[in-house]
Design a protein. Structure first.
Length: 272
């Protein structure tokens, strides 16, 4: 019951955050009167989605009601959600298959050996909650102190937010960190109640003021390849391109490989 009420609270927060980021002008509505809060009013959103304002208010208040997939898709369209946000909305409303809250299958020996085969290119394999399951020496050198604790798995999100060295290594720390938090939130919704995610999120909230500030903004993203600017000893800022490969047997386990792009390092992009 607690998990169900918590999921309703998350659905409420997500809908409210997305409603508040839209202006009447953006959706073709007139600006009428002074507004006490930013964004659309509930009745305006309900009108755009073609549903009852009272019913939508109950949904945003976290009442114990079940929205049909048709209604949720109408809300997603009215809120101008992208495909990742739409999927997240369906997950929170109980219309997408959620994996059981249990430990996943461990990394196979064959997969674990792959990062070593890719040396000297930095490479690692992460689980759905960003635990580092396997890595090579080049990755350990690229991300100093990522593999620093013997009593628990290294975790890339924990490193980004709680390891001071990360802010020096990641040239574009804030956009990288924001994107990473959005991707963690997307994955956590697929494993609602899984302690591997809840414990990590609690730890991040305890240790990072940025997480406490950004989490209520409810950004969601999906994993993807991209580019990063990383500061290297004796080399300065280096631009890397990286690619993510999902393992066939365990699609939430991801192999990430970095390659020096050879391009000017004047901009970066967040990704996996």
């Amino acid at each position: 019951m607690h998990a169900e009420s918590d999921q309703r609270r998350q659905l409420s927060a997500f809908l409210r955050s997305r409603r508040e980021r839209l202006t009447p002008a953006e959706v073709g509505l007139p600006q009428t009167g002074r507004r006490r809060t930013p964004g659309l009013r509930r009745e305006e959103l309900a009108l755009l989605a073609g549903i009852s304002a009272t019913w939508y208010t109950y949904l945003e208040q976290g009442r114990k009601i079940r929205a049909s997939e048709q209604v949720l898709n109408a809300l997603a369209a009215a809120l101008r959600l992208d495909r990742h946000e739409r999927g997240h909305l369906l997950q929170l409303a109980g219309h997408a298959s959620a994996l059981a809250a249990e430990e996943r299958e461990p990394l196979t020996a064959e997969a674990s050996a792959v990062p070593q085969l890719l040396q000297p290119n930095p490479a690692y394999i992460i689980g759905g909650n960003y635990d580092v399951l396997s890595h090579n020496q080049a990755a350990e050198e690229l991300f100093p102190r990522l593999i620093a604790e013997a009593d628990r798995p290294a975790n890339f999100v924990r490193w980004v937010f709680l390891e001071p060295a990360a802010r020096d290594v990641l040239v574009d720390w804030e956009p990288e960190a924001r994107g990473l938090l959005g991707r963690l939130r997307t994955l956590a919704a697929r494993h609602h109640g899984d302690p591997r995610y809840t414990r990590l999120i609690e730890e991040l909230h305890e240790g990072s003021p940025q997480v406490r500030d950004w989490w209520p903004q409810y950004e969601v993203q999906d994993r993807h390849s991209g580019r990063k600017r990383l500061r290297r000893p004796r080399r300065g800022v280096v631009a890397y391109a990286y690619t993510a490969f999902h393992l066939a047997e365990q699609p939430e386990q991801t192999l990430v490989v970095y390659v020096d792009s050879g391009e000017p390092s004047d901009r970066g992009a967040a990704g996996v």
